[in-house]
Design a protein around this ligand. Structure first.
Ligand code: HEC
Length: 116
């Protein structure tokens, strides 16, 4: 009895570990795609792949998540005003906190692993 309980426990453990990791993967892939959809409007200036083609427009590809969120919040609050910040204030105005997080997730993961 004790033997068979042990025998069944092992495959069950591995199967559920596998299911857990694949659903986590699907979740992060979905989050990446959602951020990408929301970032379409940003690509005009920051480039299709997060690398801009014009000098005054910064690259966003691979930027830190926390930095992206705080930069966007600062633009929205008009705390960031130098240079061409006015262009970004207008962009950030339309974004909710959730949008900022989704977009920041996308750009911070862009270029990592197999994300193009
Ligand atoms: C009209 C062109 C334009 C569009 C569209 C645009 N940006 Fe920008 N973005 C800029 C410019 C110009 C700057 C530099 C502003 C400055 O001098 O502070 C900038 C700066 C930023 C920064 C700060 C980067 C850093 O290194 O400090 C972030 C983050 C950012 N943009 C995110 C976005 C996101 C997200 C979107 C889409 C919702 C977006 N931008 C759409 C032009 C644009």
């Amino acid at each position: 009895m004790a033997m068979s309980a042990k025998f069944y426990w092992i495959p069950t453990f591995f199967t559920s570990a596998l299911l857990l990791s694949s659903s986590t993967f699907a979740e992060s892939a979905d989050k990446f795609e959602l951020g990408k959809q929301k970032a379409k409007v940003c690509m005009t200036c920051h480039g299709e792949n997060g690398i801009s083609t014009l000098d005054p427009y910064p690259n966003l590809r691979g930027q830190k998540y926390g930095y992206l969120v705080s930069a966007l919040k600062d633009y929205k609050a008009r705390d960031r005003t130098s240079g061409l910040a006015i262009l970004m204030q207008q962009q950030a105005e339309n974004l909710s906190d959730q949008d900022m997080e989704d977009i920041a997730y996308y750009y911070s993961n862009l270029g990592k692993d197999s994300n193009k």
